[in-house]
Design a binder for this molecule. Sequence first.
Ligand code: F6P
Length: 547
Amino acid sequence: MEAKVAPLRQRSAWKALEEHYQKLRNVHLSTLFSEDPRRGERFAAEAAGLYLDYSKHRITGETMRLLLGLAEEAGLRARIGAMFAGEQINVTERRAVLHVALRAPRGASIMAGGKNVVPEVHAVLDRMADFARRLRGGAWTGHTGKRIRNVINVGIGGSDLGPVMAYEALRHYSDRNLTVRFVSNVDGTDFAEATHGLDPAETLFIICSKTFTTLETMTNAQSARKWSLEALGDERAVAKHFVAVSTNAAEVAKFGIDSQNMFGFWDWVGGRYSMDSAIGLSTMIAVGPEHFRAMLDGFHAIDEHFRTTPLERNLPVIMGMLAIWYNDFFGAQTVGVFPYEQYLKRFPAYLQQLTMESNGKHVTLDGAAVDYQTGPIFWGEPGTNGQHSFYQLIHQGTKLIPCDFIAFCQALNPLGRHHDMLIANVIAQGEALAFGKTAEQVKAEGTPDWLVPHRVFEGNRPSTTILAGQLTPATLGKLVALYEHSVFTQGAIWGIDSFDQWGVELGKVLAQRIIPELESPAEPQLKHDSSTNGLIRRYREHRKKTG
Ligand code: F6P
């Protein structure tokens, strides 16, 4: 029997942090920097070519010591070990959590349920690579013999956000002769727009769904089937225009996709941790198997860093513990993520599922209600666009928003001075947020007294800057793994299950009940609350009028 650990807020490390917070809460970053001329180097760490500058955080050496003490007291090292050992750390679903096995090198050994899963992972990767090569090279043709020029990924949540994000992120490396599109929403507009202008004879659908029962994906898959078959006029066309990625072979077969055209993965891969499994087939088709494997190597480099590096130099641990510091001690509600790289425009959306579906939990592993805040809200847009929209609130609003800035030293599309300007902006934002501008400085510029308060920047607003060489497939893998393990770290401290998602169930069940109430020709007996009943009636009346 494991010794029962005290609830989080009663642990000595937590209490020490509470006290420390009282001392530090009003200390300005300007003071911290002037007290320590080498602060910028002291609070920086590097791994696998990712440089993490966390010096513009409201921390001292003592803060980090206490945060890492909390991590030790929460048993973070043992939790990391348990994940890599294939233990069922997703307790509510009784599953191992082994996305790290998806990027383990051939020949490695990672056990789940008494079996080394790495050979199976590579067997699927090899089949994916073979398929991707045939499709990219024109050997895999459509039903009429025409070359496939369009690939549409149909999936939602983790079966969409990872693939879209990776496709956008790696577009520079993609085959520009292929059109790659994504359908996720059950809103018919998504399907209509994704197929607009495409020839069904040249279009392949990848139906991505871990469960192969998700309403949105199955509805879109049926519409895709209809769209293809109406044009191609032959059931046999399905074999050439549909492939599936799933863990549910029985449902895939029911849909009519041959098991030869199915790429599997495993219940130990969570949906939001699956972009490097067969769910990444569209990515592999777009960028080619070599680039895909380079991305996996990038993931693996950070996995190894996370597994083996002492906590004080461990990038995901540092990021995760800083997230705890602001979320639980400063009361910050959100984290802004701002990639200064246009190709990462979908990265914040991807992170939203990764972070919020993982750590949006209200009970601990043993079912006790938490009495502290868990997962913060993640949001963001690429820089510099955000600067001309919502940064005002970050600089001068009343909320504390820790920011992650992500930037690359080398441009993928060098164009005059553009890249220097981009990087000057990201560096300037961190500086402005941290140090601000005092009333004296504003006055000294000749600002009239009445305008001074409006032009003052308080500063003391924290940010992390992640700086890497260039956005390559490997760098992308490293970045994603960095956030995955930061999420893991936070979940381990909060003592929650970061790998289930029961919170999405209720809405799904209620929607299933409401669908027939919207569609039935006879007036349904509505037994919801008065608001829900009223909305259903209004929709039905409108539907009656418009047909
Ligand atoms: O409803 C949430 C969710 O289960 C996500 O966790 C998942 O990524 C998404 O739906 C899609 O699920 P599937 O891949 O099984 O269609």
